[in-house]
Design a protein around this ligand. Structure first.
Ligand code: SF4
Ligand code: SF3
Length: 545
């Protein structure tokens, strides 16, 4: 195996024996083969599109498959075997549809579009199609940057799709870009351009998801979220899928079972639509990597709706349920919706009733809900505070949290920031400083949490609005600095989206991606001012200097 898609990759270069995340060699290789299969399908999907052949099931399959390969989403070998089998079938059906419609199949197709095999042969094939088969390290780097951006894009597209929002242009781009990663005639310049184009679609997909979420559940609003517990049996929901949460809340009504959020599900509390459920109690715990302890003390069943799942401990394994893109061998999986019906969470509800109520690990409240609509409602106050000098600078500290000790930097950085600065955050990165009580500036909290990682879109909308209000030509003239923490591939599409919007001088940490070759990193440094982090003191001097 060779995987270097996340920030925690072994030795900062690549996992080669087993993933630091717990992914086995076998699953890593099958994920590579699934991606390879998707690339082959994409070759035909492009041709089919040109011929006007519409196959929504292909777009959906590619989107969902990419999502399953995101870090900490799916560790279940059988799910990848089944997906590869289905992919080969869909690919060949699409080819036949092209022939039937009068199309000509090229005699010079890439192996990804022609290979075939049975489940027993997948491991052998998988070993031949990994990342390292691209020999030129810069081409490999640009192909992988693009592929990881597509994984993030697909995850966000899937959330929107679940709420019945989709855009054909996003699917078309994903397929074009996947096919392009097979094209040996594409030089580095063309691949750089494709990565920037991915950023354009990154903005589109996050805007689409924002529309899906806010139209369905209302605009996030300033909300105080309880972090204590009640004395009832309860279910904990983690991940990013709001539809799963909604259906669970409906099904738990009147059962005496409470519902709490964990990790990236915290921002669900900010949506008006979820406030009507009196059993939706609060948020339990912190970011994903603390689940091994927090799932244990929660005592009740846990529903993992998307990444980040870590290999479960025996102490709570039997209380864990996965759904959607998530999976782990031996863990119960709640099936997808069939024929417009809701998912069936009755097993979790029955299970909860057999369990003790959660053990309290914290008490109090945290505040959030500062997505674009809420911040723009406070725009006069914010603008006034900037004009009067009460707010000197904003720090966008969005992204991911993670288990590496080096991430303490972000808590220390937040604490060391001068009191006349405001943190704009989104994603699970917030857990490093959202309980620090950093105070407020004239009633404006110093940590403004917009929501999940996809709500980084809100931060861009806010920046663009401020640019307009202050009559500036360039978003980089605003008193905003970017100190972003990344972990997995959703952060990659957020980064590409920010670059597309013209944001310069983004600091990325705790380490730069291993998949950036020295030359590709140089392009990002020279053209966009991308930089890493060093230590709080020196970085503050740079940011405030
Ligand atoms: Fe390693 Fe990250 Fe890949 Fe897991 S996802 S195998 S930790 S690089
Ligand atoms: Fe976190 Fe996994 Fe990235 Fe959605 S839950 S931000 S790491």
């Amino acid at each position: 195996m060779f995987c270097y898609q996340c920030q925690e990759t072994a030795k900062g270069t690549g996992c080669t024996i087993k993933g630091v995340c717990g992914k086995t060699e076998n699953v890593a290789n099958l994920q590579d083969l699934l991606i390879y299969t998707l690339k082959g399908i994409s070759i035909f999907a492009l041709q089919a599109r040109e011929m006007g052949i519409v196959r929504p099931e292909i777009d959906k399959f590619i989107m969902e498959s990419l999502f399953t390969t995101i870090t900490n989403a799916n560790f279940d070998r059988s799910r990848f075997v089944a997906r590869i089998e289905e992919g080969l079938k869909l690919r060949d059906e699409l080819k036949q549809a092209i022939i039937k419609a009068g199309g000509t199949i090229s005699a010079d197709l890439n192996d990804a579009a022609t290979w075939t095999g049975s489940a027993g042969e997948f491991d052998q094939k998988a070993a031949l199609v990994g990342i390292l088969t691209t020999e030129n390290e810069d081409v490999r780097s640009l192909r992988q940057l693009l592929t990881y951006g597509l994984k993030g894009m697909a995850a966000y597209a899937e959330h929107a799709y679940t709420l019945a929002y989709k855009e054909d242009g996003i699917f078309a781009f994903i397929e074009k870009a996947l096919a392009a990663t097979l094209d040996d005639t594409l030089a580095a310049d063309a691949l750089v351009a494709l990565n920037l184009e991915a950023g354009k679609y990154g903005v589109e997909v996050m805007a689409l998801l924002d529309k899906a979420n806010t139209t369905t559940y209302g605009n996030p609003e300033l909300t105080k979220v309880n972090i204590g517990v009640r004395n009832n049996p309860a279910i904990l929901v983690s991940g990013h899928d709001l539809k799963d949460l909604e259906e669970l809340l409906i099904q738990t009504q009147g059962t005496g079972v409470d519902v709490y959020t964990h990790g990236e599900m915290l921002p669900a509390h900010y949506y008006p639509a979820f406030k009507k459920y009196d059993n939706f109690v609060g948020n339990y715990g912190n970011a994903w990597y603390k689940q091994d302890k927090e799932f244990e003390s929660f005592n009740g069943p846990i529903l993992l709706t998307t990444n980040c799942l870590i290999p479960p401990k025996d102490s709570y394994k039997d209380r864990l349920y996965t759904t959607g893109a998530v999976g782990f061998e031996g863990i119960k999986h709640i099936s997808d919706r069939a024929d417009g019906q809701s998912k069936d969470f009755s097993a979790l509800i029955a299970h909860a009733k057999q369990c003790p109520s959660p053990t309290e690990i914290e008490t109090g409240e945290i505040i959030g809900g500062f997505a674009h609509n809420q911040v723009l409602a406070l725009a006069d106050k914010v603008v006034e505070a900037v004009k009067s000098g009460a707010i000197k600078r904003f720090f966008v500290m969005a992204g991911c949290d993670g288990r590496m000790k080096s991430r303490d930097y972000y808590a220390n950085f937040a604490e060391a920031l001068p009191k006349d600065t405001v943190i704009l955050t989104a994603g699970c990165a917030k857990y490093k400083y959202n309980k620090l009580n950093l105070g407020d500036i004239g009633g404006i909290p110093r940590v403004l949490d917009a929501g999940q990682c996809n709500d980084s879109y809100s931060l861009a909308v806010i920046a663009l609005k401020l640019k307009e209000v202050f009559g500036l030509d360039d978003v980089n003239q605003l008193p905003i600095s970017y100190n972003i923490a990344w972990y997995e591939q959703k952060a990659v599409i957020v980064l590409l989206a920010l670059l597309y919007l013209g944001v310069k001088n983004i600091h990325l940490g705790p380490t730069l991606p291993a998949f950036l070759s020295p030359n590709v990193a140089k392009v990002l440094v020279e053209n966009f001012g991308i930089a890493g982090i060093t230590n709080v003191e020196d970085d503050l001097k740079i940011f405030l200097g």
